[in-house]
Every structure is written in structure tokens, then in C-alpha cells.
Design a protein around this ligand. Sequence first.
Ligand code: GRF
Length: 185
Amino acid sequence: MVKKNCCVFISGKGSNLLALIHSSRSYNFPINIKLIISNTKKAKGILLAKKYSIPIKISNHKNNLNEIEIINELKKNKISIICLAGYMRILSKNFLKNYNGKIINIHPSLLPKYKGLNTFSRVLRSKDKSTGCTVHYVNERLDSGKTILQKKVFISPKDNEETLKIKVQKKEHRAFSEAIFRIYN
Ligand code: GRF
């Protein structure tokens, strides 16, 4: 099978990146991770790039790798799908236009509920009985693009932000790969 070239954008731990790396190693998974971009050199996920020998570019304010340069890197690597895995920078309209319909994001709530940051504390305050994660296309409005897939978790009265995050992230790690299968099948 001819795999699509994928770039994963990260800013943090990279647990979703790791899940995608594992999936991409299987021969029938539709993507190959060709490039990783981090907006900070402090992201722990950078270690994964090194461990799995995947090229990485840091795009922070210091080296000022701007979006035009990122787009050049993406073109050079013939990237046809971008996975935002905890990427904490807003992409410009111009960038989104260049990759329209080819950028997907994972968000730790059942969208359209709890767009934006601090989802777990807001969910817990709400007294909702369940929450989850959403993989969706990225458009110009925050966490508002078309949903590809959602996974639900139940909230126990004993949950706190940390336990809820662990539960939701466990689902995320499967959701991202399943969403990619769904896109290409
Ligand atoms: C995930 O929980 C994702 O939903 C959110 O950022 C977090 C990234 O975690 N957008 P990691 O870096 O993949 O571990």
C-alpha cells in the first residue's frame, strides 16, 4: 500500500504522537510520519522524534521558523496530512488555506462542548456524567471543524482533573489512529 506522508505538530509530552508512531509502523496503516514540528524545544515529544529517527523541526520565536518556512518543509516532504497532537499555537488563515481539509486535531472533550483550554476542570464543574475526546478537521474557528470521530468516557464521582485526563487520553490514543483509518477507507 502507498502510504500518505504525514506531519505531526506537537508542543508537549507527545503521547498522541507516540500512539500515531506505533500505528504507522503497521503495514496496513494509511500514513507514514515523515516529519514532526514542535513550537518549543522544551516539548518532551522531541525525544520520541530522536528515538524513532523521525526528522524534527523546531519552530519557535527564537529561530523564527515562520509559517512560510514550515510550508516549505511540508512541501519538501510531500506532506498530505497534518495531525495536530497537542499543538498550542494558532495556525494562520494563510496556512489553513494551503492545507484546507488536510489538518486534523484531537481535542479532550466531546465537541461542541468545552472548546478551548482547561476542559477537564470545566467538565468536572459541570457535573456532566460523561465526557471524552474528539478528532476533527481544523477550520478557522477554534475547535469547530467537522467531527471525524468521538470517544466517550464515564465520569466517576471520585474523578479529579488528573484521573479524568488519564482516562480521556487513553481513549485519545486509539481515537487518532481510528480517525485516520476512517479518512482513508
Ligand atoms: C491531548 O490531551 C490533546 O487532546 C490536547 O493536547 C493533549 C496533548 O497531549 N489537544 P500529548 O502531548 O499528546 O501527550
